[in-house]
Design a protein around this ligand. Structure first.
Ligand code: COA
Length: 707
């Protein structure tokens, strides 16, 4: 594409209208910045033009720099085209609809006037990509809305609605009429001769107290608590401080420097990868999603336990009416109480108004009969994890649900085809595996059985997205993809305890790596009993199963985690702070003695590699078995299901930073030392030998057969 087709320039009644037309989101790809500059030059040289309008074609103004171009050399950056807008001798009116993000907002900020449609969203989300704005955004924004509001916006990277942006002075007006372009042209004519031109760079919207060093120090302190592993948010604070301390040009130079330092860094690379991995996960190879896939406008959940209630809340939060079904009146009452308590806690914390809670509760019906859910577009079963129980539920669903309803199971391990065999419509059956707490965790693993129709997968993913979830597809196998890939990490952690590592040390290594909490502390939160039954089941089924004696004993001692006041750590009543507990070290020591395992010291790197490489190997086996479409889908699952640090990209992206060859060599060595659980995956061997990247691997059978 060239600039003549991606930036249109027309003169309408003496107004030069510059239209960015670069689908899908009007990113500032090659030629766009140049096209803007050309149009400005043309209009400024034309006596028949009095002013300009800058607008986007399609659904957005400009969604920002083209993220695919980061890390590559660009002929010109946004700083140049923004300066051209700012320096235009004729006024420029930005007409914003849809998204004006990153470089998009920076261009709008460099215009002399900003109008927006009521639904427009603006933001500088660069920190979420590991960088800071590089087109003068931090400098113009701070001058326009003051440092405090600029800090809020830039450090969080959040999208802001038009009403809030108007209140802050970022926008001049909201245009409440369908023809934004026409309104902007009228506005441009009305201000065409007004001088001086209002330029954000000439503003200084603050008083002395707003710029005190303490304002910026407080931000840095808060960031040290929450985002100590990241560089970009700290740099963003520095840039905004530079805006209030220096001249515009010096501030701009400071911002440019910060931008270039970050752009090539590991954090930016990991975050860029995560951005695209997430979007890729929404696609099913070989299947084109049609735009008219029927949405899920009503849903039902079977089973009002913790999971079922959480899923019902997730629907209600997303504005989707839902019926929660329990046959036993007592269990239904408990479910009701659980749902109400969850909402009441949010109101108490101030994250929800009473009115919003009432609206959500109005969307949840509590029912006892299958007939009551028959007309729902989708149903998610969340009952006890046993095949006979699932069969009973699915045969009832088959009998009552309307044709075409999605029949979904929240099972975390059972075979989808076997579940589907209880129905006469296996094409409509899939897994919708939510992660606890289902109303909080963003991952929805969509599980494909052999009989599942592609449209069922696509509709389930569309439903998941409408619920605010990030979806990725898994094939049906024990533990599916997310839990199956994570299981070896969990086992290895436990086995390292027997060899002399401590829960505190492993937790510290993982939080230093970037996890918000260590895995043992998380296990205390979710409950040690959750995995206990599964281990027993696997040990019974497989005589070679490597038993994990330490967690088994803790469960048998009644140490189930925070809920019993003790698990991997000890807890004081009413306090969630984990305290190391000599009793746990006692259990570890006893198990080690019984097994005759010698205790030794571990380095942090050994711990990190032992836990993560165990999972990398399994992830390769999953791909080899054709149970995931792509390595990057596994990364998405780790990011959204397990809190893997986003700036590390994901499990497989991280493994590439170690290098496939070294990963393979290490796993081969551990296979010799520790036995068959470390047998290297064939796919890993192939990748190591070919020098390709682990993160680019695709699932074997999926390459050929579409589901
Ligand atoms: N650069 C390059 N590609 C981009 C892009 C950008 N800034 N923003 C979106 N895209 C691509 C996506 O990769 C996707 O491509 P695909 O269809 O090939 O997968 C397509 O545009 C649609 O994006 P998607 O996120 O699926 O659409 P959406 O309607 O759900 O969301 C946005 C739209 C703009 C909110 C979202 O895409 C977004 O947040 N983009 C990034 C904005 C940003 O951070 N800009 C600052 C860059 S410094």
């Amino acid at each position: 594409m060239n600039e003549t087709t991606i930036v249109h320039y027309d003169v309408v009644d003496t107004i030069g209208v510059i239209t960015i037309d670069n689908p899908p989101v009007n990113a500032l790809g090659p030629g766009v910045r140049e096209g803007i500059i050309d149009a400005l030059e043309q209009g400024n040289a034309d006596d028949g033009v009095q002013a300009f309008v800058l607008i986007g074609a399609g659904r957005n103004f400009i969604a920002g720099a083209d993220i695919r171009q980061f890390g590559k050399t660009r002929p010109i950056g946004s700083v140049v085209s923004a300066a051209a807008l700012d320096a235009s001798s004729k006024p420029v009116v930005a007409a914003i609809h849809g998204y004006a993000l990153g470089g998009g907002l920076e261009h709008a900020l460099a215009c002399h006037y900003r109008l927006a449609a009521p639904g427009a969203k603006v933001g500088l989300p660069e920190v979420t990509l590991g960088i800071v704005p590089g087109g003068g955004g931090t400098q113009r924004l701070t001058r326009l809305i003051g440092p405090e509001a600029a800090l809020d916006m830039v450090v969080s990277g959040r999208h802001m609605g038009a009403a809030e942006a108007l209140k802050l002075g970022l926008l001049d007006a909201i245009v409440d009429e369908p023809d934004l372009r026409g309104a902007a042209i009228r506005h441009a004519r009305s201000i065409a001769s007004a001088r001086p031109l209002p330029r954000a760079r000439d503003r200084q919207n603050w008083n002395e107290a707003d710029t005190a060093p303490a304002v910026f120090e407080a931000r840095r302190k808060a960031l040290t608590r929450k985002s100590r592993h990241l560089k970009a948010p700290f740099k963003a604070v520095d840039c905004i401080e530079a805006a209030v301390r220096h001249s515009f040009d010096d501030g701009l130079a400071f911002e440019q420097q910060a931008f270039s330092e970050l752009e090539q860094g590991a954090e930016a690379k990991g975050l860029r990868y995560a951005f695209f991995a997430e979007r890729e996960a929404a696609k099913i190879p070989g299947v084109q999603a049609s735009a008219d896939l029927a949405p899920v406008a009503s849903a039902a959940v079977i089973g009002a336990g913790t999971m079922g209630s959480g899923i019902a809340i997730a629907y209600a939060d997303a504005g989707i009416p839902v019926k929660l079904l329990e046959i036993s009146p007592d269990a239904l009452e408990r479910g009701k109480a659980r749902v109400r308590d969850t909402y009441a806690t949010r109101v108490k914390r101030g994250s929800l108004t009473q009115q919003a809670m009432d609206a959500c509760l109005d969307r949840i019906g509590f029912v006892q009969r299958y007939e009551d859910i028959a007309d729902c577009d989708a149903v998610v079963e969340a009952v006890f994890e046993r095949m006979d129980v699932k069969h009973d539920v699915f045969s009832k669903l088959d009998a009552v649900m309307k044709p075409g309803a999605l029949l979904l199971t929240n099972s975390s391990a059972l075979d989808i085809d076997e579940i589907a065999s209880a129905t006469r419509r296996p094409q409509d059956v899939a897994g919708a595996h939510f992660f606890a707490p289902a109303n909080v965790m963003k991952l929805c693993e969509v599980v494909r059985g052999n009989g599942t129709a592609p449209d069922t997968l696509l509709r389930t993913m569309k439903m998941g997205r409408a619920m605010g979830k990030v979806c990725a597809v898994a094939g049906s196998c024990d533990g599916f993809v997310a839990n199956r890939s994570r299981a070896p990490m969990m086992s290895e952690m436990m086995i390292m305890l027997e060899e002399g590592a401590t829960p505190q040390q492993i937790d510290r290594v993982m939080t230093d790596f970037g996890y918000p909490m260590g895995p043992f502390a998380v296990n205390d939160l979710s409950g040690l009993d959750v995995s206990y039954e599964g281990r027993k089941r696997r040990a019974e089924a497989n005589p070679d199963y490597r038993k994990l004696h330490v967690p088994d004993r803790l469960v048998e001692m009644g140490r189930l985690g925070q809920k019993t006041g003790a698990g991997w750590y000890r807890y004081e009543p009413g306090d969630r702070t984990p305290h190391p507990d000599a009793a746990v070290l006692g259990v570890i020591g006893a198990v080690a003695r019984e097994l005759g395992t010698a205790q030794r010291e571990f380095t942090d790197t050994e711990i990190l590699h032992r836990v993560l490489l165990a999972s990398v190997n399994e992830a390769c086996k999953i791909l080899e078995d054709g149970k995931a479409y792509r390595a990057s889908d596994i990364d998405v699952m780790w990011l959204y299901g397990f809190g893997f640090p986003r700036h590390r990209g994901g499990l497989m992206f991280w493994a590439d930073t170690v290098g496939a060859k070294d990963v393979h060599a290490q796993i081969t060595e551990w296979a010799q030392r520790y036995g068959s659980r470390w047998t290297p995956s064939r796919l890993l061997g192939d990748i190591a030998a070919s020098g390709s990247l682990l993160r680019d691997a695709t699932g074997g059978t999926h390459q050929k057969a579409t589901p």
